[in-house]
Design a protein around this ligand. Structure first.
Ligand code: AHG
Ligand code: MN
Ligand code: MN
Length: 336
């Protein structure tokens, strides 16, 4: 007797589409292309140690960071899966300076934009630590068939979809379209993502704090006081929290989403606006977090309210359990 499969991601997307009157199916088609790209990247990531995909290309990306071969491979995979579909008016990638137009030879006038971090946690690629792909989808707002920068410079609250794929001990795709947060685990034996974490809700308060303490000499004193708060023993408020820092945003975020906790990447004396990028790291994770009952702030403004001014704009990021984020907000406002 064949085993019951459970809900595949493809089926889940169709069910979501049926809940949207008049849906054309373009959005579902776009999501399905992202799924295929994720499977192709998964396959490469899982063999990274075996083929010559490891190591550095020696090039430098727009962020001024060395581009690792897997970054390039993942970037190319996302691009090649998307450019001919007709669903997009343009794309934006962490690895590419300007917005990426759809070549004239492909169908034009797509209704959506796609911004992505093709591979997050690059520094962890060749030490076998979880890495991920993060994506964000907005509706096109500019006139004419081609995409424009303004289509990307929309606040995070306007995203119609946000998600990530985490390539870890198992490969998971987590996404939201505003109808809850749902997690799917890849079953490599059949090549399908199966619903494993329906309607994820993040605990209102956690017991984990994530921050790169190696940067503490550069923190302003509000951040120093805030981190010391989480480290100070106090039975009533469940402190001290445990320190956990993987160095891949997707992995640190995913752990805190499921277990509760706070991830912090503050601005500091060296990185005045913080290190993480708004459009394809902070904003998509902020939408997922909010949908799961959590919160996120850039210093003390909600990430989802930030009006972007540049494609690769960086923001300070405090994201996770609601109570823990509100604690951050009060310290950052100098209320302690
Ligand atoms: P990316 O690999 O896409 O450049 O992202 C790396 C980011 C993020 O994944 C992680 O949270 C952060 O860099 C770690 O930075 P530090 O090494 O400065 O702690
Ligand atoms: Mn990243
Ligand atoms: Mn990256």
């Amino acid at each position: 007797m064949p085993e019951r499969l459970g809900t595949t991601l493809t089926k889940h997307i169709m069910e979501m589409q049926r809940r949207i009157p008049g849906a054309s199916g373009d959005f579902s088609g776009l999501l399905n292309e992202i799924i295929i790209a994720g499977k192709v990247i998964y396959r490469a990531v899982n063999k990274a140690g075996l083929v010559d995909v490891l190591g550095r290309t020696g090039e430098v990306n727009v962020q001024g960071e060395e581009v690792q071969k897997m970054d390039e491979f993942a970037d190319l995979t996302m691009y090649q899966k998307m450019d001919h579909t007709g669903y997009l008016c343009a794309m934006a990638s962490e690895e590419v300076e300007d917005i990426i137009q759809i070549p004239d030879k492909h169908p034009q006038g797509g209704k959506y934009t796609l911004a992505f971090d093709p591979l997050d946690g690059s520094s962890n690629i060749d030490v076998n630590v979880s890495i991920g792909t993060i994506f964000s989808i907005h509706k096109k707002i500019s006139k004419g068939p081609k995409g424009a920068l303004e289509d990307f410079l929309q606040p995070g609250k306007k995203q119609i979809c946000a998600g990530y794929i985490i390539y870890g001990s198992s490969t998971m795709l987590v996404y939201t379209t505003g109808l809850g947060v749902h997690g799917f685990t890849l079953d490599p034996s059949i090549g399908e993502f199966l619903l494993s974490h329906p309607n994820i809700k993040t605990p209102a308060q956690g017991s984990i704090y994530s921050i790169n303490e190696g940067n503490s000499y550069k923190w302003d004193d509000r951040v120093t006081k805030l981190v010391n708060y989480f480290k100070t023993p106090d039975k009533e408020s469940g402190r001290p929290y445990s320190g956990r820092y993987i160095g891949s945003l997707v992995a640190d975020f995913h752990r805190n989403l499921l277990k509760g906790g706070i991830f912090m990447y503050p601005a500091d004396a060296k990185t005045k606006a913080g290190k993480l990028r708004l459009l394809y790291e902070a904003a998509p994770l902020a939408l997922i977090c909010q949908e799961a009952g959590g919160a996120s702030i850039a210093d003390y403004e909600d990430i989802l309210e930030v009006e972007p001014t540049e494609l690769h704009q960086r923001v300070p990021l405090f994201i996770g359990s609601k109570n823990d984020v509100e604690k951050c907000r009060s310290f950052l406002k100098g209320e302690f």
